[in-house]
Design a protein around this ligand. Structure first.
Ligand code: FAD
Length: 415
């Protein structure tokens, strides 16, 4: 008789959390987690921050000690790629020709780096920053570098830039957009980050494009932009976004569209297959357009818990967690609650020119997102305000003397 098995493809944050939650919910069948990286599941956020600075080592990145998986009877397969899914016979084939049967399959394959299609991008000392191995190689080169160019002023590029600057490296960040983190942040918060990065000594160049990377077999030496600037570089970091790993899902004819398409229960077009984390294009009640693919620890972990509960027969419960996110860029701690949308009214809350402030975003007079800089308590409060759909006016948000906490529903008085 076939043993009851949940197979999970991808040993990142989401795949790891599905396995952990299943055991916490007392799932007593077999759990197999298949990862193509050679490491046991680890945290990615420190890779661009404390890990690069040597303030945390590889062992501290692990999501659990190595012994955990055997103790919980989780079969963790590392360093092997899943190469095919046979939906009819419910089997997953690995690259070494081994086969894993499943009763339920979870696709948690995450995303991979978007390549930079310019000559020279393949030169030595041109780095991406997604995996532990990539971060380790970058960290080794940082020890010798005096100058760095970052292509892409998104979260990862700016986190790296702040870390490199702290190590005394001269850093220039380039982007085609006209402001930092343009796809994710309000114009107001974006401008504050540009100002604060410049204060740190990071050089920012916007509305420009890379033409090619210069150098030779010894490595990259400079980046040339289309407008003729030549920026010397002992190393280059490319951070221009990611591509969801949908290939396996697509070849077994699951519905795929900027991610593996799932319903509100995170189920794919096959009821025996779910998808979670960076790869899942899911309907989100907080997303203006309905379906969205999010790249955050919150999303990966909460979706994993939701699917584990459904596999255990609890529900089905629709996934409706409030999205939240953080990014630490040197001394700048950005936190976001809710999802931004284009065309929002932006309301600044703070002392002008200060590095402790917030931006409240309103759509049709409804609070939909709050971005905070170095204000963790206000971020926690914002999560409650948005999740409970508490009415907040733009005047209240702008008035620093107004106590936003007073708007929260009062707990019922004890009788
Ligand atoms: P991943 O973590 O990408 O895991 C997917 C795994 O599946 C990978 O190991 C991949 O190699 C593997 N895989 C893919 N295909 C196969 C296959 N066919 N067979 C076997 N294995 C396969 N988020 C925040 O909220 N805050 C932060 O500050 C933050 N900082 C970050 C810093 C960095 C440098 C990076 C890279 C990400 C950061 N993130 C942050 C984002 C966050 O780490 C991701 O959203 C999260 O890791 C997504 O988890 P996941 O499991 O969906 O995907």
């Amino acid at each position: 008789m076939t043993q009851r098995t949940v197979a999970i493809i991808g040993a990142g944050q989401a795949g790891f959390q599905v396995a952990v939650s299943l055991r916490e919910l007392h799932y007593d069948g077999r759990i197999v987690v298949i990862g193509d990286e050679r490491h046991a599941p680890y945290q990615r956020p420190p890779l661009s921050k404390v890990y690069l600075l040597g303030e945390c080592d590889e062992a501290q990145l692990a999501l659990r000690p190595d012994t955990y998986y055997a103790q919980r009877q989780i079969d963790l397969i590392t360093g092997k790629r899943a190469v095919a899914i046979d939906r009819t016979r419910r089997k997953v084939a690995l690259e070494d020709d081994s086969i894993i049967d499943y009763e339920h399959l979870v696709i948690a394959t995450g995303a991979r780096n978007r390549p930079l299609p310019v000559p020279g991008a393949e030169l030595p000392n041109v780095f991406f920053l997604r995996t532990l191995d990539e971060a380790s190689a970058l960290k080794a080169q940082m020890a010798h570098a005096k100058t760095a160019v970052v292509i892409g002023a998104g979260f990862i590029g700016l986190e790296f830039a702040a870390s490199a600057k702290k190590q005394g490296i001269d850093v220039t960040v380039l982007d085609v957009a006209d402001r930092p983190m343009a796809r994710a942040l309000s114009k107001t918060m974006s401008a504050i980050f540009a100002r604060e990065h410049e204060k740190l000594g990071v050089k920012l160049k916007f509305s420009t494009q890379v033409m090619h990377l210069l150098g030779g077999p010894g490595g990259v030496t400079a980046v040339e932009t289309v407008d003729g600037q030549v920026l010397p570089a002992d190393l280059v970091v490319i951070g221009i976004g990611v591509i969801p790993n949908v290939d396996l899902a697509a070849t077994c004819d699951l519905v795929v569209e900027n991610g593996v398409v799932v319903d509100e229960f995170l189920q794919t077009s096959d009821p025996h297959i779910s998808a979670v984390g960076d790869v899942a294009a899911h309907p989100n009640p907080y997303a203006p357009g309905g379906r969205v693919r999010l790249e955050s620890i919150q999303n990966a972990s909460d979706q994993a818990r939701c699917v584990a509960a459904r596999i255990m027969g609890q529900g089905p419960v629709a996934y409706n967690a409030l999205p939240w996110f953080w990014s630490t860029q040197g001394p700048l701690r950005l936190q976001m609650a809710g999802l931004p949308a284009s065309g929002c009214e932006e309301v600044f809350r703070g002392e002008p020119g200060g590095s402790v402030c917030s931006v409240f975003l309103f759509r049709e007079d409804k609070l939909v997102c709050v971005e905070t800089l170095n204000r963790p308590a206000e971020h926690m409060l914002a999560r409650k305000l948005i999740a409970n759909r508490v009415p907040v006016t733009q005047q209240q948000a702008a008035d620093l003397t107004f106590d936003l906490k007073s708007l929260l529903p009062k707990p019922p008085a004890a009788s």
